[in-house]
Design a protein around this ligand. Sequence first.
Ligand SMILES: Cc1cc2nc3c(=O)[nH]c(=O)nc-3n(C[C@H](O)[C@H](O)[C@H](O)COP(=O)(O)O)c2cc1C
Ligand code: SF4
Ligand code: SF4
Ligand code: FES
Length: 593
Amino acid sequence: MADTAENIEILVCTGTGGFASGAQKVIDAFEDEFEKQGLEAKVGKRCDIKKTGCRGLCANDVMVDVVMPGEEAITYDFVTPELVPQIVEEHMIGKEPVPKKVAGPYYGQFLEKQQRLIFSRCGTIDAESIEDFLAHKGFTGIRKAVTMTPEEVIEEVKKSGLRGRGGGGFPTGVKWSFCKATPGDEKYLICNADEGDPGAFMDRSILEGDPYGIIEGMMIAAYAIGCTFGYVYCRAEYPLAIKRLQKAIDTCYERGILGENCLDLGFKFDMKIKAGAGAFVCGEETALMASIEGERGMSRPRPPFPAVRGLWRKPTNINNVETFANVSYIFYNGAEWFSNIGTEGTKGTKIFALTGKVKHTGLVEVPAGTAMREVIYDVCGGILNNRKFKAVQAGGPSGGCLPAEALDAQVDYDSLIQAGAMMGSGGLVVMDETTCMVDIARFFLNFTRVESCGKCIPCRIGLKIMLEILERITEGKGQEGDIELLQDMAYDIKKSSLCGLGQTAPNPVLSTIRYFRHEYEAHIKEKECPSHSCKPLLKFEVIEEKCKKCGICPKVCPVDCIAWEKGQVAVIDKEKCTECTSCYDACRFMAIE
Ligand SMILES: Cc1cc2nc3c(=O)[nH]c(=O)nc-3n(C[C@H](O)[C@H](O)[C@H](O)COP(=O)(O)O)c2cc1C
Ligand code: SF4
Ligand code: SF4
Ligand code: FES
């Protein structure tokens, strides 16, 4: 059999985005076409189809790379089964990529400013193949770690400057040393893959695209701390991630990589997956442990911290998926290499999930310290429909909304906090001028209220009252003093809630008041929504001077509330109007406001 470098490789994105866009049909089409054409005999090469993880540009799936022997990969996007015969005919046999079907210049631009380190195997290796993993440095990190004492391993992680990627940014090496210092033979390791932030899917993509990398990161941590059992707590809404990780765990057991004597390196580590029901609060570490123990996912006060008394009352260390992914690379390349990437306070890269009104939504990995503007404009192509940027919500429901002035802020822990948001797990929701900031605050607060465990009163009752006030404001029933009331309640809830959910839930309200107070005032005082987004505040009216008397709007009105006669200006009956926006969208002369 020919060496891999001599084979033709077809890399098909089979992340969740890829599958949702029809990756399996594309793979089937390639296999059918290979057979029909007798391709291997025709080109004299073996043709491998590899099922990779996410490439980042998920909105353009199905993404396919064709790698001819000794050549750079050529990427196609929006691949359909119908396109496959042409790719095989022209590119694989004719050796000329199919013009116009190759991903456009935006793909090069998308990659240019990124530094895909922890994503380097996602999208390039067969996610389910241990051979591919081994061929890409797999398990060399743990082999290097065991040449050091556990204390030296922890020192190496401290030296790297790695901070936890789950949101808080706590130094990983320091956290490991706490758990190591607690006496006890039985210690637990947990990988937090709950990923509850709306719009975030980086942890899922790492697990889907590089499951062995996470096992390796956990093995290094287990060796350093002295943990004998590990759980990956992953929401059940991630079936592909769970399936691939389970397959990787099973393979590791078959090959003696996990178990009594891992890789014959003289330490024991067992692991399994615990599927969670998918509540945001279950990402909070004490609620997460309750959930693993079979209890309702409710938070408890800390101390005692998990490092002292955690899962099943044993010392426990919890880290995020992306944190463990980083650990493997620190041991492949050394702490110094890692600490040379990023900023003084945030070392390494960070993966962001970009959603909302941005041209290219997806996952982006950049060195910490890259400017927000570069991420949104240079990497992701700017704002959809060339509209104006208004704000970016950074850090999920615990973070905040930043205005245009903050576009030059760096994406690192300290700069984002200074700007009034936070890194969180890396969700960035981009908003344009049509987004109402009061409504956005209402959206996030509704999310945290629904996802709260309800254990403590400030969070359970306080968020509900804040939400009622925000709902009132967006319905045009806001009162003088509402802004101050929201601020007072926000500070009280932050101060008195038991866990991080309640302590951070008011942040989107506070940050929108800080940067967009005028929008709150317009809703309360003028009963107007400056973004024309809050439906109850929309009052549709025909502007007489602009109306060209064309008669289109009455035809689209679903409740027949527009009076019009030939040669006459249209008139909207405001009593009957349901503010459905059909006439506004249909009028070609912008005569309806
Ligand atoms: C409400 C809430 C939700 C959280 N959700 C997650 C999550 O989905 N994933 C995660 O890794 N950390 C989450 N965290 C943070 C974890 O509690 C914990 O700090 C983190 O997993 C530690 O890992 P790290 O040190 O690697 O960041 C959440 C915290 C809170 C308060
Ligand atoms: S702050 Fe909210 S989520 Fe946390 S314990 Fe209290 S009620 Fe539960
Ligand atoms: S569609 Fe516009 S221009 Fe035409 S009648 Fe209605 S308001 Fe006037
Ligand atoms: S899932 Fe295919 S590019 Fe992200």
